[in-house]
Design a protein around this ligand. Sequence first.
Ligand code: GLU
Length: 283
Amino acid sequence: MTAITRFAPSPTGYLHLGHAASALFSFKQSEPHGRFLLRIEDIDQTRFRPEFLDAIYEDLAWLGLEWEHPVRVQSEHFDDYQAVLDHLTDMDLLYPCFCTRKDIQAEIAKIGNAPHGPDGALYPGTCRHCSRQERKDRIAAGESYALRLDMAAAIKRAGHELVWFDRAAGRQIATPEIFGDVVLARKDTPTSYHLSVTFDDHLQGISLVTRGEDLFFASHLHRLLQEVLGYDVPEYHHHGLLTGPDGKRFAKRNKSMTLRSMRERGLDPKDVIALTDTFQSKK
Ligand code: GLU
């Protein structure tokens, strides 16, 4: 089997053992005749630190991984994401949302039992009801806004049941409505994880998206975006997450489990790969 896979870390902390397992998993899925890409997901420039980016390259090379060049660095491609947003706007699938976090919380409190999705309470739809004129006026007045997907309109546009396949969990029928009117461009960042990742996987011809099962539900939304944007649909493999002896998954705050600190403690890359193997066999 040949697959084009990618590992797509965010340079917001040092890579830990869980990242190593995920990167190695992705690499293995591209063998023997496929391609393995590395993508830097640094759209959140407030959390980005250059030393974390340098460390990604160094730590992955230390593990023995090789990837294609040039590496796609998302922050260099905000124009691409803007073009996708413009396209969705032309299809009437996006609307500006002026709500602050507080506005949304107040509205949700009013509703009482607000529906929840993978990212928390669903947006109550306040700004979906603004008139075209009100939108224009508020934008002209300099109010900041996010861009939200009009979920009902997008599902209607797709027009039929959407299916995707996960190598671990099997055939899935997409249920993107669990996200409600999700933000596709934030007030402080002119794109979002969901938009950038869907576009980049398409642009880079990724045929097998591998990532942790914590992002399983995101694929329901990505499938819808692929459909309305006319993209090919990759296969997916959401893998289990490596956990420590306490049963908790590794996080960027677990300093002792960073590849950096393991290397400083004198561990050999082979030892680190062996540590991820117990996890690999759980796939
Ligand atoms: N950048 C994401 C993360 O570090 C991974 C995105 C993906 O693999 O789709 O969690």
